[in-house]
Design a protein around this ligand. Structure first.
Ligand SMILES: NC(=O)c1ccc[n+]([C@@H]2O[C@H](COP(=O)([O-])OP(=O)(O)OC[C@H]3O[C@@H](n4cnc5c(N)ncnc54)[C@H](O)[C@@H]3O)[C@@H](O)[C@H]2O)c1
Length: 318
């Protein structure tokens, strides 16, 4: 299968690219290596994929319509749209940038998909669309979506544009709401990566709020398994949560990381951060039923894999 992955040099995108290549897909990765974190880390992510004759890297921006026209003229059978500005807190500092990349960028891509009659699109959405909703666990059909950050709003807008493009032009589109993904290659701004780095370096670990905020952490291989299952099962239009249906309190997360690293953390208590939500918790009934999605990685195992990757690759990533 010919697949175009936008944001394919990133954490989830590069892991997906490796999996798709192993499954025999031809993978084109479009990525602009933005400066959100070190581009060297993203190049390192593609080390394995780059060795495959079925892999092609195109350095460019999803906002460039002419470039998209050239890529889509090659007739990919599916476009997996992961390129975005990720991260909740930085979206508060620069909402217009998030709107430009995540909303306008998605529209530019959907327009190109319409022009080229792309057979199927998979869109990376986020648990952030639920925000401070009290409908817990979060279900895809909840009518009380309450994003608490510009980032969450851009992801919800992206979903709505996907829905409209399906309605107007009949493009089959699946939106996948990822829940705090972790594992090897995780972005350096995300909690597990940051905490491991700080504990390894003997620096204080900032814990925001009282440590009772809970997150549904999902191991990257499980998420990629869900994405592949979605790729293999085109639908008219559907939204799926890809989480684990388990939540972990921040203070228990720190303890699990301490065990994996083998060192105690020096905790630096901080006030709650704007944009943070008290809980994320996925109902995954729909993904289990339609996709056969069944996440299986235990948190302790996933964190141990991350620590192993972190230590092995640190010199090459910076
Ligand atoms: N990691 C998570 O926990 C999580 C949770 C929910 C949703 N998501 C979504 O999943 C997707 C992937 O996230 P990630 O954690 O792998 O992030 P990432 O930052 O590692 O990957 C995103 C990639 O997109 C690229 N990119 C950014 N803007 C681009 C543009 N204009 N044109 C082309 N490429 C561009 C970046 O260079 C990067 O390589 C994103 O859409 C993110 O919003 C991630």
């Amino acid at each position: 299968m010919k697949t175009l992955v936008t944001g394919g040099a990133g954490f989830i995108g590069s892991t997906l690219a490796d999996r798709l290549l192993a499954l025999g897909h031809d993978v084109t990765c479009l990525d602009n290596f933005d400066a959100y974190y070190e581009p060297a880390a993203k190049r390192h992510n593609l080390a394995t994929a780059s060795r495959s004759p079925r892999f092609r890297l195109v350095e460019g921006d999803i906002g460039q319509a002419a470039l998209l026209d050239r890529l889509l003229a090659k007739r990919p059978e599916v476009v997996v749209h992961l390129a975005a500005r990720a991260g909740v807190r930085p979206s508060i500092a620069d909402p217009a940038l998030y709107e430009r990349v995540n909303v306008q960028g998605t529209i530019t891509l959907l327009e190109a998909c319409r022009r080229h009659a792309v057979p199927y699109v998979v869109f990376a959405s986020s648990s952030s669309v639920y925000g401070v909703s009290r409908d817990i666990p979060f279900r895809e059909d909840s009518s009380r979506l309450m994003p608490a950050s510009p980032y969450g709003v851009t992801k919800l807008a992206g979903e709505f544009f996907c829905r409209a493009y399906h309605h107007l032009y009949g493009i089959p589109i699946t939106c996948l709401r990822f829940f705090t993904v972790y594992g090897p290659r995780q972005r350096p701004d995300m909690a597990i990566h940051r905490f491991v780095r700080l504990i390894e370096d003997g620096q204080p670990v900032p814990v925001y709020g009282d440590g009772t905020a809970r997150r549904d952490f999902t191991y990257v291989d499980d998420v990629v398994d869900g994405v592949v299952r979605a790729i293999e099962r085109p639908r008219d239009f559907q939204i799926y949560n890809l989480g684990t249906h388990e939540t972990v309190a921040l203070q228990d997360l720190v303890a699990a990381i301490e065990r994996a690293v083998g060192k105690r953390a020096a905790i630096a208590r901080q006030p709650d951060q704007p944009g943070d939500v008290p809980v994320t918790y996925a109902d995954i009934t729909r993904a289990a039923r339609d996709l056969g999605y069944a996440p299986s990685t235990r948190l302790g195992e996933g964190i141990a894999n991350f620590v192993d990757w972190f230590r092995r690759t640190r010199p090459a990533r910076i």
